[in-house]
Design a protein around this ligand. Structure first.
Ligand code: WT7
Length: 652
């Protein structure tokens, strides 16, 4: 964000009081803030008891004696699948729809009740056990947005296996490294899924990953979705419908320790190697359920909830699978892209199911703005009563557009700040309580403690800016980085003594409300997806013609940030007409299409300090077409002239 845009933001004077009507029926009340402020741990104790069913109670709400390694609800035991499925059936809600699944090809849909879900999860749990998956074993899930993704996750949770969902848009290379890091013994995938009108292929990527390594894998379970031909390794590969379909629909669960790992989810850090974020059971589920209930104001008997994320990201874990299902939500799950087969597809789905709560990302809202307000105007969106946003700062214009053209000027908007690491929402308005401001996530939720500090870890006064930190442990916090406690401590807990460093810049306005300003590290945010500059640089230099590469995130009107790469070719490599295309495709192959640079510039030199550090700030100036800033620390001050005059090879 430019400083000018920032100044405008902080002078935002519009605010929207909750309507009396909404406030009167809201789950969240001002009393929650008071209760949490009076006794934070007692507050979480209450949430855990009221929202979750436990098999054994805890002896202590929080054990923080070995900080920053937390234990929540110590000695408590529970089963996440029981909480998300069975208990609702037991309570008489077996016929309630859990998931309205909408395939991308129009006319393909399924309605799955809680009773259906119970039968499928139980069968899948047996199937995994029959393949030798035991408590604590890791299972990789590489699926499109089909109900089996949720079923597979819940089946793992039921038997205490640790799932590692890998976004279906990641490459075979990315999949291989994640399988290897977690040492998964089973991969659950599908023949493909529908994206942009075409059947994508997933199974071939799994085959490639297993050919290249990933030796821990014994079995691949393949869901049939598209019916396309797939290669088959006898003995290793098994059809889901054959293995799962033949199992009993009854399964007796065991309760797991509150701190038993529920899942690992990989996310980009500032170095090339993705971090396996480890989440555990009791605290995670408690905070997912609590935030989903209060931030989205869920009324399980009447609401139809829809989160447009993919289960491959943390938003899909916490707000498609665990939070909503723990709260007995009826929700929509959509397989495809928003513009297939036409640009009104999402609104058509809202109309079809009478969606009441809609949760999406700013990049999608900006895309919708570009397509024009007449598209949502063509559908009946009157069922909507609450809108949410997540993934990156939402610019006030997009917020206002969302409110007017989707939320008919009456839906409260919740801008929710959180991270893969936080596991659940941390900073957000409470609908019905908070007077909202377009562009600000505002306050930590009741039970959560956050602050903005300066370089010396001092809390900044209202009106000041600095780094966002979390000042107290929270139930859904990551417990560590899988297999790398030291990196966990260094990344999050070493910058400021005793504080969790989120990696985001932030400001407090005159009222003390928080405005998020984007990452302060080498992590880019492209369409709400986290990609590290070093990860893309490593992918580029793994190509034989590349000698050196530097990558920056340049501001982008649609995607928030766009990836811009500066590349030096090897001495003997000649730049051909297709060099840029080849390099972009290479990055897609190494990481996935989401990491394809928007632009690649072939340059002769890179700007470096005397100690050899690449000065990304200057490259960002070039990428954003700005006057290049202070160059006095450059080892060779003529380099920037060279780059500016010698630019070639714009991407498409
Ligand atoms: C980073 C975390 C949390 C699920 C999706 C992304 C940015 C996220 C907001 C928001 C401003 C936001 C931050 C954060 N971010 N939500 N409402 N306002 N920034 O999860 O991939 O772990 O990325 O996304 O920069 O650190 P993630």
């Amino acid at each position: 964000m430019t400083s000018e845009a920032l100044e405008n933001l902080l002078h935002e004077e519009r605010h929207f009081e909750p309507s009396a009507e909404f406030a009167a029926q809201a789950n969240g009340t001002a009393a929650l803030y008071d209760a949490a402020a009076a006794d934070r741990l007692a507050f979480w104790d209450t949430q855990a008891r009221e929202l979750i069913s436990w098999d054994a109670p805890w002896s202590e709400v929080l054990d923080w004696t070995n900080a920053p390694f937390a234990q929540w609800f110590v000695d408590g035991t529970l089963n996440v699948a029981y909480n998300c499925v069975d208990r609702h059936v037991e309570a008489g809600y077996g016929d309630q729809v859990a998931i309205y699944w909408e395939g991308e090809p129009e006319g393909e849909s399924r309605a799955i009740t809680y009773a259906d879900l119970q039968a499928e999860v139980n069968q899948a749990a047996h199937a995994l056990e029959s393949l030798g998956v035991r408590h604590g074993d890791r299972v990789a899930i590489y699926l499109p947005m089909i109900p089996e993704a949720a079923v597979a996750m819940l089946a793992c949770a039921r038997i205490g296996a640790v799932h590692s969902v890998v976004f279906g848009g990641f490459s075979s290379e990315a999949l291989r490294s994640r399988i290897e890091d977690a040492e998964a013994s089973v991969v659950i995938t599908s023949d493909g899924g529908y994206r942009r009108g075409k059947a994508s292929a997933l199974k071939p990527a799994v085959d490639d990953a297993l050919d290249a390594g990933a030796e821990s894998v014994r079995h691949v379970l393949v869901v049939r979705r598209t019916g396309q031909d797939v290669a088959w390794v006898e003995g290793r590969d098994l059809w889901w419908h054959e293995v799962v379909g033949q199992q009993s629909t009854e399964h007796t669960y065991t309760a797991h320790d509150s701190e038993h790992p529920l899942f690992i989810l990989y996310t980009s850090g500032t170095t090339g190697k993705p971090k396996g974020i480890k989440h555990t059971t009791g605290g995670y589920l408690t905070q997912c359920a609590y935030t989903h209930r209060n931030v989205f104001d869920l009324k399980p008997d009447t609401d139809v909830y829809w989160c447009t994320a993919d289960v491959g990201w943390v938003t899909g874990h916490s707000y498609i699978v665990y939070g909503p299902l723990a709260n007995r939500a009826t929700q929509v799950m959509y397989e495809g892209t928003p513009d297939t087969p036409h640009k009104g597809r999402l609104w058509e789905i809202v109309q079809k199911y009478g969606v009441t709560i809609f949760y999406t990302a700013p990049t999608l809202i900006r895309t919708m703005m570009k397509w024009g307000a007449d598209i949502p105007a063509g559908y009946d969106l009157s069922s909507l009563r609450l809108l949410g946003s997540v993934g990156e700062p939402i610019n006030p214009e997009a917020w206002m557009w969302y409110r007017e053209h989707v939320g008919h000027n009456s839906c409260p908007i919740v801008d929710t700040w959180w991270q893969t690491e936080t596991g659940a929402i941390m900073i957000s308005p409470l609908p019905g309580v908070t007077s909202t401001k377009p562009g600000s996530a505002q306050r930590p939720l009741p039970g959560i403690s956050a602050d903005v500090v300066d370089d010396l870890a001092q809390s900044v006064p209202d009106g000041g800016g600095g780094y966002l930190v979390l000042t107290e442990p929270w139930p859904a916090m990551l417990r560590t980085i899988w297999g790398d406690d030291q990196r966990f401590v260094e990344t999050y807990w070493s910058r400021f003594e005793g504080l969790y460093f989120a990696g985001d810049g932030a400001k407090k306005d005159e009222d003390g409300d928080i405005w998020l300003l984007g990452r302060v590290d080498d992590v880019m945010n492209v369409s709400g997806h986290r990609i590290s500059t070093t990860e893309v640089e490593s992918a580029l230099v793994s190509h034989p013609i590349v000698a050196e590469a530097a990558v920056v995130g340049a501001s982008d009107e649609m995607t928030g940030q766009g990836i811009v790469a500066f590349v030096i070719l090897r001495g003997d490599a000649h730049e051909g007409a297709d060099t840029v295309k080849e390099l972009r495709d290479h990055v897609a192959k190494e990481i996935g299409p989401i990491a394809k640079p928007r632009q690649i510039m072939i340059v002769a030199e890179l700007p470096k300090t005397r100690s050899g550090k690449i000065m990304r700030r200057l490259l960002r100036d070039v990428a954003e077409n700005r006057e290049v800033g202070d160059v006095t620390t450059l080892a060779d001050s003529s380099v920037m002239d060279l780059i500016k005059t010698g630019l070639s090879g714009d991407g498409d």
